[in-house]
Ligand binder design. Sequence first.
Ligand code: F6P
Length: 328
Amino acid sequence: MPKAIKKVAVLTSGGDSPGMNAAIRSVVRTCAYHNIECVGVYRGYEGLIEGDFKSMDARSVKGIINKGGTILKSARSKEFRTVEGRQKAFKQLTDANVDGLVVVGGDGSFTGALIFNQEFDFPVMGIPGTIDNDIYGTSHTLGFDTALNTVVDAIDKIRDTASSHNRLFFVEVMGRDVGHIALNTGIAGGAEEILIPEEDLGLDRLVDSLNKSRKSGKTSSIVIVAEGDKIGKNIFELKDYVDENMEGYDVRVSVLGHMQRGGAPSCFDRVLASRMGVKAVESLLGGETNYMVGLLDNKVELTPLEKAIKGKSKINLELLRVSDIMST
Ligand code: F6P
């Protein structure tokens, strides 16, 4: 019989994403609903090691569902990667009588949670929070939808100036290992080309395609480039290459950067965070451990953390085809 859970800790870790506050709120309120205690841990695993905890009741999370970032702050902890660091964290948790941990973060954070569980048999549950949507076991990570809307808004604005000056814009979006943000926003923003890590379009095909677009009557163009794209050139080198190899295009670069991680979460992310928080706490209370809560076929389901870490989040091939057809 697993030990009954009476006190849950929640932390946010890795790159922040819109919806993390809504997830904290949901974890805290689900604990309150079930009459168990909840503590917030500041600065992810760093705060876990230092015992930087704060008791949280239902009212302590008022007015945060609409806020970007994370009130608990986030960090990428080097010390938690060591056994000594994790031992300190375990001591802090046991000293504070905490008996379950909810980690909101990406696959690096889940790897830490899984190792922690394996070493100390401490119940852990993951909630996927990253704008990249690069986690196996969920169709959507927290913050992905909001980031898409932020990026599309930026592309729309860039299009205004691109078309006024008949310019070609390379727009870099986040996505270290996967092209979900690039592919979705490229389609929604009407991009001519979308460069993603999963597909190497090749420089020649890019130039051919841009030439074709111009011949077909397009006067301005937008190319969306995922930051992890494998074309072999960074976005500024891409601009130089096109400058050198194409006549008559006035090329500009816009790197959207960390603005993609900020802002008020969308309705979708707020609802998703609320659902995931409830499922995470209730699963811990039900004796489950080492799972990630995810959205699969619009149902909130559990995937073993190990699978979530090792599995690959795949690009939607249908979207790739749609994007090709739309840029005709
Ligand atoms: O993983 C989320 C993410 O936003 C990536 O898209 C990006 O490559 C990375 O974080 C940036 O990390 P940092 O905030 O540490 O620069």
